[in-house]
Design a protein around this ligand. Structure first.
Ligand code: TRP
Length: 363
């Protein structure tokens, strides 16, 4: 069986280092591993509209932001198909049929949906489209026959829901769809980076994100004003590394070579942590190191972005071509689905013959 990746992001803002650590960096590695037959990366604008229906301009503006972020991180349109969800109408058709296989109570129990409903204060007035987006996400994944879905931890319930839909579909209509597996980052700190303010999640509305498109100076400022251990008041005080966002970011991004270059008193992160925990190590020193670590990671991304920014029409062209190619793949799956569901009347010679015979016999 071929190995196929599908994953994507909602275009509701530029991508931040949480997206990068949790998923994008991994996608680039997977792309360059050469182990996958096909890689689809989706800008999920239709999904973004499920909770931004009144704000289409926001979604429209952020398509290019996300595309530029992808390209600058090293996603290569020669190796990966970049597509825009709304340009693949087959996905809507698939969703419509999958809806028959999912119960309302199952959707209500989806932990991601549950927490998003809370976050958006939707409790009393959940848009139907939003409520059912896990079904549409199952369509995204299955339309391309994805075997592997590299995502952040928050998306696991979506993959679980997709697996259930696939099993149900295949048991009712016969083996048709491919059951995908999630692929999580092996580095625990990457699974979900906290915000620079120490809150559990980076979120545009909380103003606690470091964006991939931030300038060197913006990154430095954000790092230097990061939340740390609130009880670490004096340099001599013992500090806590658990739950301390500065150390979580270091876990996600630092490499031993970077100690040799920027902080040679320590061989590795373990030594730095031990000193912080013991006391005698100031936040400023750790933050300056984190800034260097992040700048190392972000500099090449920033410079590739600058280049792509000079040719925006080329970026739209990549998305247009990618969407076209993706549409062909999705159309193939939709045809298989319709055949399995026996709603392929006009391609089904046997059906026409059977009906012909039936009416001939009645005479
Ligand atoms: N739900 C994902 C997010 O919020 C975006 C997404 C849409 C996605 N379709 C997908 C992710 C399919 C993986 C596979 O980031």
């Amino acid at each position: 069986m071929s190995k196929i990746i599908l994953t994507g992001d909602r275009p509701t803002g530029p991508l931040h280092i949480g997206h990068y650590a949790g998923s994008i960096r991994r996608r680039v590695e997977l792309q360059n591993s050469g182990e996958y037959d096909k890689i689809y990366i989706m800008i999920a604008d239709a999904q973004a509209l499920t909770d931004n229906a009144e704000n289409p301009e926001k979604v429209r503006q952020n398509i290019i932001e996300v595309a530029l972020d992808y390209l600058s991180c090293g996603l290569d349109p020669e190796k990966s198909t970049l597509l825009i969800q709304s340009q693949i109408p087959e996905l809507c058709e698939l969703s419509f049929y999958y809806m028959n296989l999912v119960t309302v109570s199952r959707l209500q129990r989806n932990p991601t949906v549950k927490s998003e409903i809370q976050m958006r204060n939707f409790e009393a007035s959940i848009p139907v489209g939003f409520f059912t987006y896990p079904i549409s996400q199952a369509a995204d994944i299955t339309a391309f026959g994805a075997t592997t879905v590299p995502v952040g931890e928050d998306q696991l319930p979506m993959i679980e829901q997709t697996k259930e839909i696939v099993r149900k579909f295949n048991s009712v209509y016969g083996d048709t769809l491919v059951e995908p597996d999630a692929l999580l980052s092996a580095n625990k700190s990457c699974l979900r980076l906290p915000g620079t303010d120490g809150k559990a999640k980076m979120s545009k509305s909380l103003h606690n994100c470091i964006y991939l498109s931030d300038s060197e100076e913006e990154v430095r400022k954000k790092v230097m004003s990061m939340f740390t251990d609130p009880n670490h008041l004096q340099v001599s005080d013992p500090g806590k590394v658990e739950g301390n966002p500065v150390f979580i970011y270091l876990e996600a991004f630092c490499r031993d070579e970077l100690f040799a270059e920027y902080l040679p008193e320590y061989a590795n992160l373990e030594e730095l942590k031990a000193h912080y925990t013991r006391g005698g190590l100031g936040d400023v020193k750790v933050k300056k190191f984190l800034n260097n670590v992040l700048q190392e990671e972000l500099a090449p991304i920033r410079s590739r972005r600058k280049t792509w920014e000079t040719d925006i029409p080329a970026v739209y062209d990549i998305l247009r071509k990618g969407s076209l190619a993706a549409r062909q793949a999705a159309a193939k799956t939709l045809a298989d689905v319709k055949e399995s569901m026996k709603i392929n009347y006009f391609d089904d010679r046997a059906l026409i013959d059977q009906q012909t015979l039936k009416y001939r016999e009645q005479k």
